[in-house]
Ligand binder design. Structure first.
Ligand code: 6R9
Length: 662
């Protein structure tokens, strides 16, 4: 090996030599890839009997600067979870550098642009490495270093992937904000984490729309973001943007001309890798914190096993990098495993509802991963858009983000999988970092609407809501909890550890509570019922009802509001808002439009109510709590069985709410 290294360095410039001449450049090893259901059962048992040995074995397959002293140190009371304590690494060396000698020329990121006619972009592992190094150097030149927070507000373009990895390379903490959130929501997130830098694009193409991304960032800055030292603007469409001389810098001017190598920051396993904001049942969104070592090990292990990825396969996850699915299964998981990961700028219905299938056929996609809301939307457009496309390369198709209903599952199976391709229904969360319950593509038994069995190392439990006791045996149902840490569990919520404790670790003492309810069938397969808290899942996007109410209440004429989810054919859940307006204010469509505009301004279009019902009063308990249970039933059209309403402070409110249903 050493001889080859010296030989290469004399002949050509080789980027990996620049940072660490002791890097082992033999074929990178990968975590264990299970090959049968029987093996899964054996591995699962082993992983539970001795989790530390199991995860140490997986972790050893990565490149560490220093091995760990202790595999796991934890309690779910504080809570405190530390994996691979004392170990040091950089996740981007594992995503990039260690692949260079074996697959330097292989495509790492395959970019499919919004316009079908525009050229695709292929970045090989070598090119991606170089690009990441240049941006890393540019970030350092802008004064960004280890521990600084960098906020992203960008479309799905390669520069987003490259720059996120560049943060990880220099130890800066990335906080990607989905580029559909409003200026207010962006400012809230920037300020919560005191971000030093925002990286954005000028414009964002999405289908036929052209969204002025930089304008939103300007508006966020105008709202007050005192920690922001610079805004780095990527020229995407090239149209004119307003320019703030004090803050704004062009991405290409900062990045071009930077050296093509960059020493990676050596990170402790438990140093923060990123923050990702997600909605909860109360208050403002919280910044879920993931750390370097455990997240790396778990995303790679789960990617490899659930998708049964083989060298040379083309893998496509249609999520946006603004969500956890994009972090773990567009970027980190696939790149850690040396995969070719497809990144798509557009939307499923542009130019028409066959776009996904055209892209699958064009790039001979082998693994395809999308959300039920997309499946339902495409299903509604008709089979002619999917039938007839060559989907013969598909080996595994996946679903994530919300429960998949039977009809959508069957359609996916029949029309996309042609009855032949296994479906993996993957249950997990921003907080879990990686997939927790899922079939392993082609190995596990599958059953429509069931996510299946937990991944190795994942110890699920169902808890009886009333007794707080674990329900053992099958079938069973209850609150879905996890009993033991897995490597990519959230470590804290940014700046507020107490919130992490109360949200996840107090409902069921000693366990991580997911917020979901679930049941197990006689064979022990899990089916997720949905959220049991005040979180709604709209088109796979998590929103807190309180968050939407706060936005509605910002309207000057609104006195009070209550928001609930209701079943929606395409979105899974729609948003139903009950609104009380001030005396004498005409409640009609104009006010409805103003309320919708207010929500768009405060959160973004994903949170706008589908239905608004003006009411005189809201049914409340004697202690003044809104009876959401009743409002949910009314919004769902299920007014036959409202249960006992006699304990209400104002039972007559129920009648008037029912009478005014929209
Ligand atoms: C990865 C992701 C998490 C919530 C989760 C649950 C719902 C996700 C699911 C699913 C049923 C699945 N959810 N996957 N429900 N079946 N396969 O979506 O993370 O945005 O944090 O949402 O989504 O309710 O608690 P996140």
């Amino acid at each position: 090996m050493i001889i080859r290294r010296i030989w290469i360095s004399h002949l050509t410039y080789h980027p990996i030599l620049a940072y660490n001449q002791y890097q082992d450049m033999s074929e990178p090893s990968l975590p264990l890839q299970i090959t049968s259901f029987q093996e899964y059962q054996q591995v699962y048992d082993r992983s539970i009997a001795d989790p530390e040995a199991f995860w140490a074995e997986q972790a050893e397959t990565f490149h560490w600067h220093k091995p760990w002293d202790r595999v796991l140190d934890w309690n779910f009371t504080d809570p405190r979870v530390e994996w691979f304590q004392g170990g040091s690494l950089n996740i981007t060396e594992n995503c990039l550098d260690r692949h260079l000698t074996t697959r330097g020329d292989q495509t790492a990121i395959l970019f499919e642009p919004n316009e079908p006619g525009d050229p695709e972009v292929k970045l090989s592992y070598t090119e991606l490495h170089t690009a990441v190094c240049r941006v890393s150097n540019a970030l350092r030149a802008l004064g960004i270093g280890k521990g600084d927070r960098v906020c992203f507000y960008m479309p799905m373009v390669p520069e987003l992937a490259v720059s996120v990895l560049a943060c990880a390379r220099i130890g800066a903490i990335h906080s990607v904000v989905f580029a559909g959130f409003s200026a207010q929501a962006l400012a809230d997130r920037v300020n919560d984490a005191d971000c030093a830098l925002i990286i954005c694009s000028d414009y964002n193409r999405r289908g036929a729309k052209n969204i002025a991304v930089k304008d939103v960032v300007d508006d966020a800055i105008a709202l007050g973001c005192p920690s922001v030292r610079h805004v780095l603007v990527h020229r995407n469409t090239g149209e004119a943007v307003k320019w703030n001389e004090n803050l704004d810098r062009w991405y290409h001017e900062e990045v071009d001309g930077q050296p093509a190598s960059c020493a990676a920051e050596v990170m402790q396993a438990e140093d923060v890798l990123f923050i990702l904001y997600t909605s909860g049942s109360t208050g403002k969104p919280k910044g879920v914190v993931h750390t370097c070592g455990g997240y790396m090990v778990y995303t790679a292990f789960s990617f490899l096993n659930v998708f049964q990825y083989q060298p040379g396969d083309v893998y496509w996850c249609t999520a946006d990098i603004g969500w956890i699915t994009g972090h773990s299964y567009i970027l980190y998981g696939p790149l850690l495993c040396g995969a070719t990961t497809l990144m798509f700028e557009g939307v499923p219905t542009y130019p028409d509802a066959s776009r996904f299938w055209q892209v699958c056929a064009k790039h001979k996609v082998n693994q395809f991963y999308t959300a039920p809301t997309a499946i339902r939307a495409l299903m509604a457009r008709g089979n002619r858009f999917v039938d007839g496309h060559d989907l013969s390369d598909l080996k595994v198709i996946g679903s994530v983000g919300e429960p998949i209903n039977e009809e959508a599952w069957e359609w996916y199976h029949e029309h996309v999988g042609k009855g032949r391709v296994p479906i993996v229904d993957t249950w997990w969360q921003t907080e879990t970092g990686g997939m927790m319950i899922s079939g392993l593509g082609g190995l596990s038994p599958q059953k429509a609407t069931f996510a299946g069995y937990p991944l190795p190392g994942v110890q699920m439990a169902l808890i009886d809501k009333n007794s707080g006791e674990e329900v053992s045996g099958n079938p069973a149902s209850g609150l879905l909890c996890v009993k033991f840490p897995w490597p990519s569990i959230l470590r804290t919520t940014w700046g507020d550890h107490e919130r992490c404790r109360t949200t996840y670790f107090t409902t069921v003492p000693g366990m991580y509570f997911t917020g979901d309810g679930a049941r197990r069938d006689a064979d022990g397969m899990y089916r997720i019922i949905g959220r049991v808290d005040d979180v709604i899942n709209v088109s796979g996007h998590r929103l807190g009802t309180a968050e939407v109410e706060n936005a509605i209440n910002e309207h000057a004429q609104v006195v009070e509001s209550a928001v609930v989810g209701y079943p929606h054919d395409i979105k899974g859940q729609g948003i139903y808002a009950y609104v009380i307006v001030a005396d004498g204010v005409p409640a009609g469509d104009t006010l409805r439009e103003e309320i919708v505009a207010m929500v768009r301004q405060e959160i973004g279009p994903i949170a706008k109510p589908d239905k608004i019902q003006f009411v005189d009063e809201l049914p409340k308990t004697r202690s003044g709590k809104i009876m959401r249970r009743i409002l949910r039933k009314v919004a769902s059209g299920d007014t036959g069985a409202l249960g006992d309403t006699s304990t209400l402070l104002n039972p007559e409110a129920v009648e008037s709410v029912i009478a005014g249903v929209v």
